[in-house]
Design a protein around this ligand. Sequence first.
Ligand SMILES: Nc1ncnc2c1ncn2[C@@H]1O[C@H](COP(=O)(O)OP(=O)(O)OP(=O)(O)O)[C@@H](O)[C@H]1O
Ligand SMILES: [Mg+2]
Length: 239
Amino acid sequence: MTNVQAVAIHELEQSIGETEFLRIPELVIDAGETVCLQGGNGSGKTTLLRTLMGLVRYNSGDLMVLGNDMRKIGTSSLERLRADSIGFIFQHYRLVPYLSAFDNILLPCYFSAKRRYEAERKSETAAKDAIRLIRKLSLTDPSRLSKNAAQYSAGQQQRFAIARALIGKPEMVLADEPASAMDCKGKKAVYQLLQDECRASGATLICTTHDENGIDGFDRYVNMDTLNQARERENRWSL
Ligand SMILES: Nc1ncnc2c1ncn2[C@@H]1O[C@H](COP(=O)(O)OP(=O)(O)OP(=O)(O)O)[C@@H](O)[C@H]1O
Ligand SMILES: [Mg+2]
């Protein structure tokens, strides 16, 4: 059954020792909603996305992600949730450097039968779906994506990370500054593609950015500087 709410946060608090990084009283994101999280450096955007994915644990409060209580979820269920249902674009891409660019994009289809099935349903084979996404990201010659990922430029690597997150229609896409390495035209294309793919599949999109221009079309804009009421503010710069 599809969840009505993709994310539900109530009094979420995350800290290490005395240092509090996240304090979010309330945030609900509906399934299928596209949300743009805007905020300055250190406002907690990456920390929040990592918490939603269960990569970092929180100290107190309630967090539901795609119907899962993230306090109670066990390790194997969490791994399954990530592999099947969440496409994550890391701020620093995190491609596997010794695999080809093409294999990096296909990785989710190896970890998840569900994502492979969806990619094949969309484009006949997972490889064809990777090529479809690559073309939409203005990388016109997929046959040349055989070099190891680390041998590409930052903007190219970011495109591979985007295609990797979108392949196989995950239920939720978490995009951490997905256009940071793009030129102006590239930025617009990235936000457009993320919105188009997520709307077509009904996925929830949560996208962080520093950009103030070219970020049209999201259902909702959330200011992280306001949303996050953590005491730890000395490292923050407001937009
Ligand atoms: N594991 C950690 N150890 C120490 N500090 C941390 C840790 N995780 C997050 N922080 C702190 O939490 C705050 C939020 O960091 P975060 O990376 O989430 O910000 P951000 O909004 O993504 O910033 P940017 O725009 O620069 O990417 C920062 O002050 C950071 O120093
Ligand atoms: Mg960040």
